[in-house]
Ligand binder design. Structure first.
Ligand code: 6GU
Length: 292
């Protein structure tokens, strides 16, 4: 995965992603980060990249020219890289096809579609992604029309710029790129629980401030542990995110059927046990009576 970020604050992006898991992935080449300073592409002799909006109004707008030229520099770089990759290949048809591909350009804006996990998964399939970070009051509409393919927001609140949202997206997308997380920590922790919140977790010691780790987690019975965790996830989600719970429930009807069957079996077994006990008592009583 190659991330390209068009921004007036490239240091912010580099600093933000060069740490922890994303940092490790950049270092080992699983993902790459190309932070491009839009200011480097302005033709204005004072390096200006913004101006007043026509029609008046508050604040300044990012102008079309530097944004477009920064975008062109990135797409040119991608095309050159692909060309080089093709020299080593043999399939000419495939080669031309690859060169025609236009990378997706994501503009971070509160007016966009609200970002969610399914979008992270989908975007992780791309080879290159270009993020355009606006600042000030926004960007000249004409360059947006020309280059942007996706308008994305990270929630219903307003930030000062698109840099933090771009980092949020890159973090979430990176987790879904094969090789970024270890085999153990698959990004698809949702594989068993697509919409569910995480279950509670505990580490050493077994008792802290008088609070004990739930018994089942010490049992070594993996099936029991899995069952307990799923139940905890369900409880939490039902209480904290009923909207997500409903989604999960509607997609996992068989879980509730199985659970109901299991509980019915348990109930019957209990009844049988009680009956056996009653019978035993009765027989004992009768024996006692005949002995008299
Ligand atoms: Cl993508 N940009 C800005 N400026 N503010 C936001 C946002 C994006 N998403 C939520 N608030």
């Amino acid at each position: 995965m190659n991330f390209h970020v068009l921004t007036l604050f490239p240091d912010m992006i580099i600093q933000g992603l060069n740490t922890s898991i994303t940092g490790r992935s950049i270092e080992n080449g699983t993902i790459s980060l190309n932070a491009v300073n839009i200011r480097d592409y302005t033709l204005n002799k004072h390096k200006k990249v913004d101006d007043y909006p026509y029609g008046g109004g508050a604040g300044m707008l990012m102008q079309a020219q530097p944004v477009y030229d920064a975008y062109r520099a990135v797409t040119q770089e991608i095309a050159t890289r692909k060309q080089k990759e093709c020299v080593h290949g043999t399939d000419v048809q495939h080669t031309t096809q690859m060169l025609q591909v236009k990378p997706r350009v994501i503009y971070l804006t509160p007016q966009g579609q609200v970002f969610k996990q399914s979008m992270a998964k989908e975007l992780a399939l791309e080879e290159d992604l270009i993020f355009l970070c606006g600042h000030y009051e926004g960007v000249d509409e004409r360059v947006l029309e020309e280059i942007v393919t996706d308008y994305i927001s990270i929630g219903d609140y307003v930030l000062t710029g698109g840099e933090l949202p771009a980092m949020v997206l890159m973090d979430a997308i990176s987790r879904m790129v094969p090789g970024v997380l270890g085999n153990q920590e698959s990004g698809d922790s949702e594989s068993h629980s697509n919409y569910l919140l995480e279950y509670p977790q505990y580490s050493r010691p077994e008792e802290w401030m008088g609070k004990k780790v739930p018994e089942v987690l010490l049992s070594g019975d993996h099936a029991k542990v899995d069952e307990w965790r799923l139940e905890q996830s369900l409880q939490r989600t039902k209480e904290l995110r009923p909207d997500l719970y409903e989604k999960w429930a509607s997609e996992n009807e068989e879980y509730f059927i199985k659970k109901a069957k299991k509980e019915e079996r348990k109930r019957r077994n209990e009844l049988r046990k009680q009956k056996r006990l009653k019978d035993a008592v009765k027989i004992a009583q009768e024996t006692k009576n005949t002995e008299k």
